[in-house]
Design a protein around this ligand. Structure first.
Ligand code: SER
Ligand code: ZN
Length: 499
């Protein structure tokens, strides 16, 4: 048996009886069809008609193939040729019913599979897997079986990474710095009334003191990094429709982590009247009733840079405007963090400045290095913190479910991590990523010269910076550097008192 075997049974229903032309069909099946189904395949390979039969207006076909000229391709080829033959007798093909479609392939039984799209039944038979498909002719025209096999390949690959830890390689250490604080800064801030848990999960309301610190971070970033490196500010959308995540690759894997956005199926108040009435009577929001009346159209900002790309999607850039350098700080990011929530370090709603640069491969790599050096000056001279830098699984590969493919050399992520004295753990608070040609390809952006376009991005998480600074230095401005106090002032604002 070949490593992969396809078997298909189909019934072609025609506009007239095929009985009178049975002889002609027999000739067709013997020769032109035989060659047709082997075209493009290596010797001995391709598809064959295993059996056929005519009854009244219908033609039944049984096809079988290896990986070359798969049975669905064979059927498409046969349909075209048969249409021509039948047309000579003024007969048309009315419709094609797929009676059965099975794929049998070699499969390691230790790789367990759940439900698969377009698969009715899944059987493991020794070293082989048998897929009984649930497909119609239109599905075959879309070549769904090919995609299904690609999916299985991906699952096999994913299984081979499982258990292997994500790539992590130390690149730089700042060395230790004197520490003067060993408490959890979130708890301290809550005690002092700087922050209050918001109504949503993993969400906080930041009072004037911490907000002052966040804004100081932003000003430092602008003065020390963004202005000197020639960045301009933009405003990226914060609702992300599926179309964007299809192009960015996120549509392959982020479903367990996003905040979904839904729109009403209609704005007609009449359609919603019973929902309103239910609430008025019970004071409960009828979530189940709402679910039936809404449509998921995308999610809240997750990685921040993907929706930017629509700005240049499908365009060609003149080489002389490179490198492009833009940043966005116009809103929140949202992740469903399940269980992993902790203080302001891991949140469902957080604030981040996202920095994006685009250029030739050389420009993008060189710029990532400049950015890193600029960040280092901030962490060393202004925040005076202890940190390290590591080469890790790129964030976009992790988010596409591809962690493990990280050992590519030029494309990848540098994570900045800082020690939290109260827990002894290292917290990732910053990244610099070289994303290769992933985004320009995904959003069809080209360069006039035809050279490859690359891009990079870097996310500065304000909560993460605060978590690191405050954990290492404490909440008293007197313990921070003069350089940092220049941005915050010597005293933080006190607005609220409670009785
Ligand atoms: N877009 C990247 C991320 O989501 C960098 O901010 O991590
Ligand atoms: Zn990004």
């Amino acid at each position: 048996m070949p490593d992969i075997l396809f078997q298909l049974k189909a019934v072609l229903r025609c506009s007239g009886s095929l009985e009178p032309i049975k002889q002609e069909l027999d000739v067709f099946v013997r020769e032109p069809a035989r060659t047709l189904l082997k075209r493009g395949a290596p010797p001995g390979g391709g598809a064959v008609i295993e059996a056929w039969d005519v009854a009244g207006n219908t033609l039944e076909l049984e096809l079988r193939s290896d990986r070359f000229v798969r049975v669905h391709d064979a059927l498409l080829r046969l349909k075209n040729e048969l249409s021509r033959l039948l047309a000579r007798h003024r007969i048309g093909i009315r419709d094609i019913e797929i009676k059965s479609y099975e794929i049998s392939l070699e499969w390691d039984a230790s790789i367990k599979l759940g439900r698969l799209p377009f698969v009715r039944e899944l059987k493991q038979d020794g070293g082989r897997l048998i897929l009984v498909l649930d497909v119609d002719y239109a599905t075959l025209e879309r070549r769904i079986p090919d995609r299904l096999l690609k999916l299985l390949e991906e699952k096999k690959e994913a299984a081979s990474w499982k258990g292997k830890s994500e790539h992590w390689e130390l690149l730089f250490e700042s060395g230790s710095k004197p520490r003067g604080f060993d408490k959890d800064p979130t708890e301290e801030m809550v005690k002092r009334g700087w922050i209050v848990h918001a109504a949503g999960r993993g969400q906080w309301i930041y009072g004037p003191q911490l907000t002052r610190i966040f804004r100081a971070f932003e000003r430092i970033l602008i003065e020390e990094v963004l202005k000197p490196l020639g960045y301009e500010e933009m405003i990226f959308p914060k609702f992300v429709p599926w179309a964007v995540w299809k192009r960015s690759g996120h549509a392959k894997g982020i479903y367990p982590e996003i905040y979904y956005v839904c729109t009403p199926k209609t704005r007609d108040p009449g359609y919603w009247e019973d929902v309103m009435d239910y609430y008025k009577i019970t004071n409960e929001v009828p979530v189940e009733m709402i679910k039936e009346r809404i449509e998921p159209v995308g999610g809240m900002c997750y990685a921040q840079c993907p929706p930017f790309w629509v700005f240049i999607q499908g365009r060609t850039l003149p080489d002389e405007i490179l490198p492009i350098r833009v940043f966005d700080r116009s809103g929140t990011s949202h992740r469903y963090e399940s269980g992993g929530l902790h203080g302001i370090e891991r949140l469902d709603e957080f604030h981040r400045v996202e920095i994006v640069w685009i250029g030739t491969k050389e420009q993008v790599i060189e710029h990532a290095e400049e950015l890193r050096m600029r960040y280092r000056r901030i962490f060393d001279r202004i925040l005076d913190i202890e940190w390290r830098e590591a080469w890790v699984t790129p964030w976009f590969m992790a988010q596409e479910g591809k962690a493990g493919l990280a050992e590519l050399k030029e494309v990848g992520t540098v994570d900045f991590e800082a020690i939290l004295p109260y827990s002894g753990k290292w917290l990732e608070f910053q990244n610099v990523s070289i994303n290769g040609d992933k985004y320009p390809k995904g959003f069809s952006v080209k360069l006039q010269s035809g050279e490859d376009l690359w891009s990079g991005c870097s996310g500065v998480g304000l909560e993460r910076w605060a978590a690191v600074l405050l954990a290492q230095k404490g909440l008293e401005p007197g313990r921070w550097t003069d350089a940092f106090r220049r941005f915050t002032g010597d005293r933080l604002p006190e607005v609220f008192r409670f009785l």
